[in-house]
Design a protein around this ligand. Structure first.
Ligand SMILES: *Cc1c(COP(=O)(O)O)cnc(C)c1O
Length: 410
């Protein structure tokens, strides 16, 4: 008899997006002439820029010829891609990395889930609330937690509230933890960490011997020049942090799939007996055993992002989304709403008016403005009373949604 991994049975059924879909369908059925605008998604909407597409096509053609055909590549990614990223994206920040410290993958979602493979279950893990749900659920799946309580907090995980009062930058955990997930710029709140705040986390991790998982999926959306793009801009971070980055939101690769994880060679964790082990070695072992690399054309397309023309075209799309964010932010403020985020991140985190619950505001926005967003409570109990709007979308839709909100939201 085959037994299942019962930890999976502790998971709450995926509720947020199916419920949004259900309510939107019910509204659309009852109001067939309404033109519903969706600003709820965390997916890009603009097509790939021409320089990147060209590199992608050319790499596919390489596969058609004996002389240029590529089979299995290195599991860690091709050196020409890794060195380009180090050169074009890290060196300008004053961060020097070795080729062996970067691992190319097919997504940050998988990497920030798979990284748990190389850590003992006994580690105490801290995550934000509200949070990108992957951090929570993957810890449940691997067996680090007990059951969820009525709020949705799993026994054994340490939750760090991200609230209006702390500017959505959580305080240090009250108890000793071994692993800390940080996501800046943040999904869903759009919050960023200043250099001082990030230095606070690095110093804290070094002092308490904790490892930080730093999810920088949205670093390319930072507009404030004082905000760090990488945790390695902070002194000492190579001794305490793993960084995740993705081409998904940066370059429209959500459907193409390419990301990277940095595991510095200086970063150590310990055996129960106290022996120091390089996490880089373990991650390399894990990846070379369980992963066979990202496809050659995808890595060629990713390398094209960092050519001069590729980056110009990529940046133009990022600027387009951030101009959307500004329109949304400005319009909501004019409508009298309290808004956060949207300056260094493609998400606007608004406070629901009149103390409405996140779902009541969802219904109000849907029925009065025919606009769809994401209830903050879907990201954790401290998201209750908040609501996420995404800047990924077409300009005309964004403008119309904002006009409707200004005119109709009562
Ligand atoms: C979109 C997103 C990612 C990227 O995931 P991919 O698997 O690389 O597409 C990672 N972290 C957060 C918080 C995200 O919102």
């Amino acid at each position: 008899m085959a037994l299942v991994n019962e930890h999976y049975l502790k998971l709450k059924a995926g509720y947020l997006f199916p419920e949004i879909g259900r309510r939107v369908r019910a509204f659309a059925d009852a109001n067939p002439t309404a033109r519903v605008i969706r600003l709820g998604i965390g997916d890009v909407t603009q097509p790939l820029p021409p320089v990147i597409l060209k590199a992608f096509h050319e790499a596919v053609d390489d596969l058609a010829k004996g002389e240029t055909f590529a089979g299995y590549g290195p599991e860690q990614g091709y050196d020409w891609l890794i060195d380009t990223i180090i050169d074009k994206s890290y060196r300008p920040l004053g961060v020097n990395l070795k080729t062996s410290e970067m691992f190319i993958s097919d997504g940050s979602k998988c990497d920030c889930a798979n990284i748990l493979d190389i850590f003992a279950l006994e580690n105490v893990v801290a995550i934000g609330d509200p949070v990108y749900p992957v951090y929570n659920d993957t810890n449940v799946m691997i067996g680090r937690t007990g059951e969820a309580d009525e709020r949705g907090y799993y026994k054994g995980l340490v939750y760090m509230p991200c609230t209006e009062a702390n500017g959505f930058n959580p305080a240090f955990p009250e108890q000793k933890v071994d692993i800390i997930y940080l996501c800046f710029p943040n999904n869903p709140t759009g919050a960023v960490a200043t250099r001082e705040q990030l230095k606070g986390w690095v110093d804290y991790a070094l002092k308490t011997d904790a490892v930080i998982f730093f999810d920088a999926a949205y670093e390319a959306f930072i507009t404030d020049p004082t905000i760090p793009h990488s945790i390695y801009e902070i002194e000492g971070a190579k001794k305490c942090a793993i960084e995740f980055r993705s081409f998904s939101k940066t370059a429209g690769f959500t459907g193409v799939r390419c990301a990277l994880t940095v595991v510095p060679e200086e970063l150590m964790a310990h055996t129960a007996g106290g022996e120091a082990i390089q996490l880089n070695k373990l991650w390399n072992r894990r990846q070379t055993t369980k992963f066979n690399g990202v496809s050659y054309p995808v890595q060629k397309a990713a390398a094209a992002v960092y050519t001069d023309e590729g980056w110009r075209q990529t940046k133009e799309i990022i600027d387009y989304y951030m101009a959307n964010a500004k329109i949304i932010r400005g319009g909501l403020a004019e409508a009298g709403l309290t808004v956060y985020g949207g300056v260094n991140a493609p998400y606007i985190w608004l406070k629901t008016p009149h103390g409405l619950s996140s779902w009541d505001f969802f219904d109000k926005l849907l029925t009065e403005c025919n606009v769809v967003g994401t209830p903050g409570s879907g990201f954790g109990p401290n998201g209750e009373g908040f609501f996420r709007l995404s800047a990924f979308g077409h300009r005309e839709n964004v403008e119309e949604a904002v006009e409707r909100i200004k005119k109709n939201l009562k």
